[in-house]
Design a protein around this ligand. Structure first.
Ligand SMILES: [Cu+2]
Length: 172
């Protein structure tokens, strides 16, 4: 009995820490103040150039994105308004794991290099990224605070080079 309780509280703690990276406002790790310290190893977690993490249930709308093993996203391009909060509901239709990493071009290049160094392991605490197992669906919410063209991309080894990225046009 005692052991069961212990196991339950351990999984609660795990669940809390797994989804605890997206606190808004009260967080010491918002993009605006850097938040770099929490992301040891990557050194590339300053997302303020392309927006900020948000709560899924506060999104203005949901965009469903699917990923396939032939290295593309459906849709391959989305259009959002500056200031909009989008929930991306990302489904992996393939048989390989895929990722959905938000960023501008420079950020994607940097992340691609980082992923190669990290042997393709996506850190679990990155609020701008999802790692989706085959047949899985994961959701992240993002507020696009800057106009411009950004990307969602997969950094599983070789996928980005094979063209696995989509475009996000953020209109002013
Ligand atoms: Cu992929």
């Amino acid at each position: 009995m005692k052991q069961k309780l212990l196991a339950a509280s351990v999984s609660i703690i795990f669940a809390l820490s797994a989804c605890g990276d997206a606190p808004r406002g009260e967080s010491p790790a918002t993009p605006a103040d850097g938040g770099m310290g929490d992301h040891g190893g990557m050194g590339s977690a300053d997302t303020s150039a392309f927006g900020m993490s948000a709560e899924v249930d506060e999104a203005d709308r949901t965009i469903r994105v699917s990923m396939v093993d032939t290295f593309y996203y459906q849709p391959a391009e989305v259009s959002v308004e500056m200031g909009e909060t989008i929930a991306f509901e990302v489904t992996n239709e393939g048989e390989a794991p895929h990722e959905f990493v938000l960023g501008d071009g420079a950020f994607q290049e940097e992340h691609e290099t980082g992923m190669t160094e990290m042997d393709g392991e996506l850190p679990p605490d990155e609020s701008f990224a999802l790692s989706v197992q085959p047949s899985g669906t994961e959701t992240l919410a993002w507020t696009f605070s800057k106009a411009g063209t950004f990307e969602y991309a997969c950094h599983v080894s070789g996928h980005y080079d094979a063209g696995m990225f989509g475009r996000i046009a953020v209109q002013e």
